[in-house]
Design a binder for this molecule. Structure first.
Ligand SMILES: Nc1nc2c(ncn2[C@@H]2O[C@H](COP(=O)(O)OP(=O)(O)OP(=O)(O)O)[C@@H](O)[C@H]2O)c(=O)[nH]1
Ligand SMILES: [Mg+2]
Length: 503
């Protein structure tokens, strides 16, 4: 990839660091810490890339996306409309019917619709052409080959979005939100990713960062230009400002637990001795006959995993083999796996058969889940109850033990409400709340919080302004990593490698 850079102007009053690359190898890092110099750098990417943007395989249509300064000229060489339109002269954001020809033999390869989107209002901020061809594997590949032959380079994974980032259309948080949108497994995850793409987290981070920049500028100016009579910030005012900012960071970090659930699903395991109705419960929750249910104890032997949305809480729910002592090798492996899953789970749903007295297997499982977050369901409430209810109630908090009948569907609603209350304690509004769903963001926030804490301690013990400025500067950098202002080239590469081809 060939990069260029140009400096547009130098202004008074910016603090930060800018990192850009030229010709892949040459890394140009502009870092300044003077409150009087800020440099606006404009990046541009030289070559034109192309890739198939639709999934591999056959489909209604296949889309070849071309982006870069020569996109229109390249496609013009192989695309012919019935009225021999000149693509360079058509209006931006218009669609044109025609045929793709082979570059040399001029043989027609496909009948297509070509979308022309001229910069800057495009996905990459560059000229983009999208060729909609018939969605066969061969036809799509043939069209791509002609585009490459005409002068484009095959795009790397995520390179279109990387260009959107390099050209300043999205920041790193928004670029990562695009991958999250593509990979969303539940609506909650999707809503949260869309909210981040709209810039909710980015503006919170840039807001906090902006306040720190103002503080740093004020501190530095008072030191560098004492003759200008710049009013010094009193330690008390400084402490209050830093504490306020730390609180905002704390709040963001606290959302990361919920963020993990939104992203990966609440890891939930259904556990119990054989035949208590675990698989029946899984099927009821996913509203599908996903697991085999029989009256024979030991029916489930392997782990069955499903994603389900329970009143807005995404669950990765696992049905396990019933736990009991057994000589059957296959079943024994299943039982061991069940125990392992209990240890890893965020939530354990322990199922007991209310129509039977508790036996040693039940008691062993009750011991096994002692230190876990657990909901205890006494199943088969439609039958005569023989279970020792008092024994169970003694061992768990009252509000997490209740009867259900999976067969008749009684108690399922209460189970769903209990799960939601347990983890979200009320309303979750991922479409409006800012939630940290990305481990990279969480790590940088934790580093930023540590830096600001160091700064606060420096203020409290009366360290000189210079020392406090260093901590504030570190915080600014840590926050800059999140949105991509101060992030290393390796991290940027790693993020975009996770994308699919053509995105
Ligand atoms: N009466 C009654 N029977 C139920 C209820 N829930 C499940 N069953 C029955 O209990 C039997 C066992 O159900 P499963 O869901 O296979 O039980 P399991 O816990 O997955 O069993 P294993 O896979 O063998 O560990 C089946 O015959 C179900 O129809 C219930 O609420 N009431
Ligand atoms: Mg089962």
């Amino acid at each position: 990839m060939v990069y260029g850079c140009s400096f547009i102007y130098v202004v008074r009053g910016g603090v930060g660091s800018y990192s850009i690359r030229i010709n892949r190898r040459l890394r140009f890092v502009l870092r300044e810490w003077s409150i009087y110099i800020g440099v606006v750098v404009k990046m541009y990417v030289e070559d034109t890339i192309a890739a198939i943007s639709t999934p591999p395989g056959t489909g209604g249509i296949g889309i070849i996306r071309v982006s870069g300064k020569d996109a229109i000229d390249i496609v013009k060489k192989i695309f012919v409309t019935p009225k021999k339109k000149d693509l360079c002269k058509v209006k931006s954001h218009t669609i044109h019917y025609g045929h793709i020809h082979q570059l040399e033999s001029r043989q027609i390869i496909d009948e297509v619709l070509v979308s022309v989107m001229k910069k800057p209002h495009t996905y990459t901020c560059e000229d983009i052409i999208e060729i909609n061809c018939h969605g066969g594997i061969v036809s799509t590949r043939n069209v791509l080959e002609e585009v490459l032959r005409s002068g484009a380079r095959l795009a790397e994974a995520g390179e279109f979005t990387k260009r959107a980032f390099l050209n300043g259309r999205v920041d790193l948080v928004q670029a990562e939100a695009i991958i999250d949108i593509i990979r969303s497994k539940t609506n909650v995850e999707l809503d949260s990713a869309v909210h981040q793409l709209e810039g909710s987290l980015s503006s919170e981070i840039t807001g906090i960062r902006g306040e720190l920049i103002n503080l740093a500028a004020h501190l530095q100016a008072a030191v560098d230009f004492p003759e200008d009579d710049i009013r010094e910030l009193s330690p008390e005012v400084l402490k209050q400002s830093l504490e306020k900012i730390k609180k905002r960071m704390d709040h963001l970090i606290q959302t990361a637990d919920m963020g993990k659930i939104i992203r990966d699903g609440l890891s939930t395991v259904i556990i119990g001795k054989p035949n208590v109705g675990k698989s029946s419960l899984l099927n009821a929750l996913v509203r599908d006959k996903r697991a085999i249910v029989t009256e024979i104890p030991g029916t489930t032997r392997d782990i069955i995993e499903e994603y389900v949305n329970i009143k807005g809480v995404p669950l990765k729910i696992v049905d396990t083999a019933g736990i009991r002592e057994t000589d059957d090798i296959v079943e024994r492996i299943g039982v061991e796996k069940s125990k392992e899953f209990v240890q890893k789970a965020d939530l354990v749903i322990l199922l007991l058969d209310g129509s039977e007295a508790l036996n040693e297997n039940d008691k062993e499982i009750i011991r096994l889940v002692k230190n876990k977050k657990v909901i205890v369901l006494i199943n088969k409430a439609d039958m005569e109850m023989k279970i020792d209810y008092a024994y169970v109630k003694q061992r768990f908090k009252e509000d997490v033990v209740f009867s259900i009948s999976v067969k008749e569907g009684n108690g399922l609603e209460k189970l769903e409400d209990t799960i939601r209350e347990m983890f979200f304690g009320g309303e979750i509004d991922v479409a409006h709340d800012i939630v940290i769903t990305n481990v990279r963001h969480k790590d940088s926030l934790i580093k930023a919080r540590q830096s600001i804490e160091n700064g606060l301690n420096s203020v409290i013990i009366g360290m000189p302004t210079d020392m406090i400025s260093i901590d504030i500067k570190d915080t600014i950098e840590n926050l800059g990593e999140i949105v991509g202002l101060t992030v290393s080239e390796e991290i940027v590469d790693r993020i975009f490698e996770e994308f699919c081809l053509g995105k």
